[in-house]
Structure formats: C-alpha cells, structure tokens
Design a protein around this ligand. Structure first.
Ligand code: FE
Length: 347
C-alpha cells in the first residue's frame, strides 16, 4: 500500500475523532519505541499528515527504554512508550511507568484480553500486534509430530537435539510462565530439567540463530517467535532461502490449549506532557491502515478484528489455535519461573 492511499483514510480518521486535521501544527509527540522497522516510517509520516502532530522518536531496546524512563523520572519527555512482549509490558506497568488511558476507540477496536488492567481510569496499556512462539525442526532429522507440543521438548527422543535462546529471556519467561499455568509448577520444573538434558548446546544467541542452527543440523529443534521465521521466508538472500527449505514450522499444542501468543503494545507514559497527542497516536495505531503497517513491519498479526495484512509469509504459515498469555500470569509467574530455571541449570 502506498502512502498516497493511506492519506485519505487517515483524514477520515481525524474527522471521525472530531479533530480538525490542521489545528495542531505546533503539537509534538515524544515517542519512546523499542521498535525499529523501516516500514514504521510510513506510520509516523501518515500520523503527522493526518493530525499535524510531529513525532520525536527515541529508539532503544526494551531494557534500555525502561532504564531511561526510570532515570528520567518525572522529568521524562516521553508521551508514548512502545514495547514488545508481555513480560516487559508487565514490568513497566508494575514499575509505574505507564498512566491509564480511557479511549472508546481503543476499547472498541482492541479485544479486552489484549489490553492492560483497568482499575476505573482506563487501561494501562494496549496491544497492537501479536506473535506466536513456534517450534522449528530440521526436516531431514525430525518429524513434526515429535514436536507438536511444548511438552514434547522434554521427550528423551529429542536428546541432544534441542536449542533455544536463554531461558531468562522475556520471550521464554512468558512461555514457561504460561506452561506453568497449564501443567503446574512441579511438572514445569521437571519439564525444564528434561529440556536442559535434551539440549544440543548451551543456550546462546537469538531466535534467528536457533533457526539457522536447526538448518545446519547443529540442532534438531528450536523455539522461535513466528516473525523471525517469517522474516527469513521473505528474505531474498539465497542463504536464507536455503534455511527456509531445510526447516519446518509447527504451531504447538493445537490439540490442547493452543500455541503461546505474545503481545507487542503501547501505553501513555506516566509523566506524559502531551496526553491528547498520545491518545490520538494510540488510536491511530488501531486504525485499519496503521494496523497493516504495524503488523507487517515485523511480520506480526494485527489485533483488530477483520484486518488483513496480506503478508505472504504469514499466509503461507496458515491459521492456528492461539493461546494468549494473560499479563497477570506473566506477572505472577516470572519470578518463580526464573528460580526454577536457576535450580535446573537452564541458562
Ligand atoms: Fe524479537
């Protein structure tokens, strides 16, 4: 979709929100973002075109943004914060870095389970895209049926075959916390211990490194967020295409509670000075057009019902039964999961 095609619907959005598009030329929005995708440029440009509000961006990784917000305290210029993963959203909410927002638009468009706690003044944060935590396998050495559930990663049949990034990474803490919710803490600890015993190597690198190691044969199976594989699927590099040819993807637990799905989301900053601009920006991210850009920027799934991204990689991976990690679960289980991982030597 071109920028030109987006402009008209966005003006319609501004009208729908009863805000004269050009009445706010002097306004500024300070955005702290853990996202850094080229396609996001179109999001910001079109928001400014539609509202007249300029965007100043601070980009850093999630941990960097959270540290910066804490050190800035009430002097922080941040108006909107964009983070990835429920564990980080939970952490930021628990640390009091967000302020609640009441928005009819967001409440109508974003399902309640994809919004943060509402204690009467609106939600603490809003999800804008989702990602699935899938299992990838080497097509030559592993059958997909051997990894059709997260539980099977502990199966002795996979001895010497399992690879993963650090267990302490938020993506894994969220997944393990979710597993704990389903099978209980004792079984989860036994599972984690058995997964460690099955490892092909010590946890290292990111999810893409695991996928490459599965393709090379160093690992037989690995856990990865869906967008890392989708990114490789959409790459024109011959070496990436080679990886995609050798690796299969399983959406685990389709016969039980569903594949673990996580959230990328945003919130109004605790000390936001431009609250109205912040509200408009978050509402804009929930518009059909922005949802397509936001999701496609990182090969994720949109949160607004009926929005189709037309992403060829995600279309090829197909539909699946999803289980969304409840933020309260992440909050309650993260510390326990970490202690468990320490006990069983899951690095
Ligand atoms: Fe990631």
């Amino acid at each position: 979709m071109t920028i030109r095609r987006l402009a008209a619907p966005l003006c319609a959005l501004a009208v729908a929100l009863s805000l004269p598009a050009l009445a706010q030329d002097n306004q500024v929005l300070n955005l702290y973002s853990a996202r850094h995708y080229q396609t996001d440029e179109a999001l910001y440009t079109n928001f400014t075109k539609a509202t007249g509000i300029r965007i100043n961006r601070v980009e850093a990784d999630d941990a960097g943004l959270l540290a910066r917000l804490k050190s800035e305290g009430s002097a922080s210029p941040a108006d909107v914060i964009l983070l990835v993963d429920a564990a980080r959203l939970w952490r930021a909410e628990a640390d009091g870095l967000f302020s609640p927002l009441r928005s009819k638009v967001l409440e109508e468009r974003i399902p309640a389970k994809l919004r943060g706690a509402d204690s009467g003044q609106g939600s603490q944060w809003f999800g804008f895209s989702t990602r699935a935590r899938v299992i990838v396998y080497n097509k030559a050495t592993v059958q997909p049926s051997a990894v059709d559930s997260y539980e099977k990663l502990a199966d002795p049949a996979l001895k010497g075959k399992v690879c993963t990034r650090s267990g302490s990474h938020p993506y894994n803490l969220s997944l393990f916390g979710s597993l704990m919710e389903h099978i209980g803490p004792e079984k989860t600890e036994a599972w984690a211990k058995a997964v460690v015993a099955n490892m092909a190597r010590e946890p290292k690198g990111g999810d893409t490194d695991q996928i490459r190691a599965v393709a090379s044969g160093e690992c037989g199976v690995a856990i990865s967020n869906s967008y890392y594989f989708a990114r490789l699927m959409r790459s024109n590099k011959p070496e990436d295409q080679e990886v995609v040819r050798k690796v299969g993807v399983v959406f685990p637990n389709q016969q039980s509670w569903g594949t673990h799905v996580n959230i990328s989301g945003g919130a109004v900053a605790r000390h936001a000075k431009n609250r109205e601009a912040a509200r408009l920006f978050l509402e804009y991210l929930a518009s059909d057009q922005a949802q397509v850009y936001f999701a496609n920027g990182n090969n994720e799934y949109p949160v607004v019902a009926g929005v189709k991204t037309g992403n060829p990689a995600l279309d090829a991976l197909g539909e699946f039964k999803a289980e969304l990690v409840p933020i309260a679960t992440v909050g309650a289980n993260t510390a326990k999961v970490q202690q468990m991982l320490d006990r069983v030597g899951f690095k």
